[in-house]
Design a protein around this ligand. Structure first.
Ligand SMILES: C[S@@+](CC[C@H](N)C(=O)[O-])C[C@H]1O[C@@H](n2cnc3c(N)ncnc32)[C@H](O)[C@@H]1O
Length: 309
């Protein structure tokens, strides 16, 4: 069994659960752990350390027995981790999957979208273990390798998906009052293809015209702005592309539209797709749809809209 088939290893789950999630044998997960030098016991300790410290910071009045009851742990375990000043470290020559994120906090170009989202969460919402809401959840491709699915998942084309976890985007618009959310994730299509080449399955990946693309991006930015609390964050994936043989700098247009909507850019990550590193955009059928990198912008909702003069 090739360990490369394991794309969704979650250090917080058992070996058996990881085998089931990755559709491989338990033995394959064990050899993956060995080949990568993963220190599972330290991962478990880091998991408990983070969980207990987070709970304690949210409930500053509570003592160990109450925290233990809240988390379903023993009071002694809680006391042990409360006393620790630093996150546990892996044994020599081993790695802990959970502390990789701390090292990645200093890197702004990554080749895993999941890692980018984990880093954004760790830097901008350290008290949370998942995003609250994804409005373009589709196949939930962002959420693997220990990044939990958001509490709420929506998609405009949820009816095409056979997944009851993903609700219709129309419901999001009516179910929540304005200012309900602390954080939202959006990943809209970032390319244009003429309707003639569009199949039923392409609805999730292209728009039919540049006007449609820009107006749909603007609508989603405005929707997110309305539903976010002041200072709430919007994580927005976007990319540039080639349209009618000319580059279209959608990332710049998104920055402009976001600012006009009332967002402030507070962070920026580049995703370099490891599968397309050398794509020659002049000679492939992907000319207008697959660039080799994308951006993850982190916007903060401001109290006042700042228009550029
Ligand atoms: C690139 S996919 C998102 C993939 C997703 N992040 C994942 O990991 O599976 C683009 C998403 O935008 C949604 N979408 C397409 N057109 C839209 C529109 N006009 N308004 C809102 N969402 C739209 C699609 O249904 C699809 O879920």
């Amino acid at each position: 069994m090739k360990t490369s088939r394991i794309t969704n290893y979650d250090p917080t789950l058992s070996v058996e659960e990881n085998a089931a999630n990755n559709n491989v044998t338990v033995a394959a997960i064990r050899s993956f752990i060995q080949a990568k030098g993963i220190d599972r016991s330290t991962d478990r300790q880091i998991y408990l350390y983070d969980k207990i410290k987070e709970y304690a910071s949210q409930h500053p009045e509570e003592k160990a027995p109450r925290i233990a009851a809240g988390l379903g742990l023993s009071a002694n375990t809680v006391r042990k981790y409360l006393k620790m000043q630093e996150q546990p470290r892996p044994k020599k020559k081993k790695i802990a999957v959970l502390n990789q994120i701390d090292k990645m906090k200093f890197i702004s170009i990554l080749n895993s979208q999941t890692d980018i989202l984990k880093v954004i969460l760790a830097i901008h919402r350290p008290q949370r273990d998942r995003f609250q809401c994804d409005l373009t959840a589709w196949k939930l491709g962002f959420y693997k390798n220990g990044l939990h699915k958001p509490t709420l998942c929506y998609d405009k084309f949820s009816s095409l998906l056979n997944n009851r976890e993903i609700r219709d985007l129309e419901d999001f618009k009516t179910a929540w009052p304005d200012g309900s959310f602390d954080n939202i994730v959006i990943d809209l299509p970032c390319s244009v293809e003429m309707p003639a080449t569009k199949s039923r399955f392409d609805v999730s990946t292209h728009f039919s015209s540049l006007d449609e693309l820009c107006s749909e991006h603007e609508k989603m930015l405005r929707l997110a702005y309305r539903k976010l609390q002041t200072n709430g964050i919007l994580v927005y994936k976007t990319m540039d592309f080639t349209f009618q043989n000319a580059p279209y700098w959608l990332s710049d247009a998104v920055l402009r539209m976001a600012k006009e909507t009332g967002f402030e850019l507070i962070d920026k990550f580049i995703y370099a797709d490891p599968n397309q590193p050398k794509i020659d955009r002049r000679h492939t059928r992907f000319t207008s749809s697959v660039p080799a990198h994308a951006y993850f912008f982190v916007f903060r909702k401001q109290t006042q809209i700042c228009y550029t003069l």
